[in-house]
Design a protein around this ligand. Structure first.
Ligand SMILES: NC(=O)c1ccc[n+]([C@@H]2O[C@H](COP(=O)([O-])OP(=O)(O)OC[C@H]3O[C@@H](n4cnc5c(N)ncnc54)[C@H](OP(=O)(O)O)[C@@H]3O)[C@@H](O)[C@H]2O)c1
Length: 164
């Protein structure tokens, strides 16, 4: 099972503040939908609560130690990464998409094969950050630049694969 991280990070690796995203880039959100469609999506409980709903066409696996978390159909509680991988395998998924937040990226980065990174060319004050990673351990497979558009800052979508 391939494990991939998908994240939008700014120039200081900022991910969010006050349990919300720093930026809302409509085209990037569409791309997130396309990239995750049909897959199991692993999220931390805090990120799930900031989304607050199921995402059509995807099974959300929510990591939590809490016993009493009410979840709608299409959202499954998992108490470990191992359990998440077992569920994803059981569903015949070939790529687990890890969608944050900071705590979950930090746990999964060491075993991830691919990073789908939206690199926002700007910074905002953040209270959670994507973990540091060694550039030399990752090979850039593709990148697409999106110029400034109205209120939306310029951003680059990168696909990075772990060097073997
Ligand atoms: N820019 C982006 O691409 C992006 C993507 C996602 C999220 N975000 C932002 O990131 C922030 C949230 O990130 P965060 O680091 O605060 O929280 P998080 O990673 O979303 O959730 C942390 C919670 O996940 C559960 N958890 C984590 N590892 C676990 C494990 N191994 N076993 C069981 N449960 C585990 C725990 O839940 P319990 O406390 O319930 O046990 C923990 O408190 C928000 O601001 C959000 O908007 C940004």
């Amino acid at each position: 099972m391939k494990i991939s991280l998908i994240a939008a990070i700014d120039e200081k690796r900022g991910l969010g503040k006050g349990n919300e995203l720093l930026w809302r880039i409509p085209e990037d959100l569409k791309n997130f939908k396309k990239m995750t469609m049909g897959h199991c999506v692993l999220l931390g409980r805090k990120t799930y609560q900031s989304i607050g709903r199921a995402l059509p066409g995807r099974t959300l696996l929510v990591l939590t130690k809490k016993e009493s978390l009410e979840l709608p159909e299409g959202v499954v509680k998992v108490s470990s990464v191992k359990e998440a991988l077992e569920i994803a395998r059981g569903k015949g998924d070939n790529e687990l998409m890890v969608a944050g937040g900071a705590e979950v990226y930090n746990e999964l980065l060491p075993i991830a094969e691919t990073l789908y990174l939206t690199r926002i060319h700007g910074t905002k004050e953040a209270d959670v950050f994507f973990p540091t990673f060694k550039n030399e351990s990752w090979e850039l497979s593709s990148e697409t630049f999106h110029p400034l558009k109205g209120q939306v800052p310029p951003w680059t979508f990168q696909v990075l694969n772990r060097r073997v």
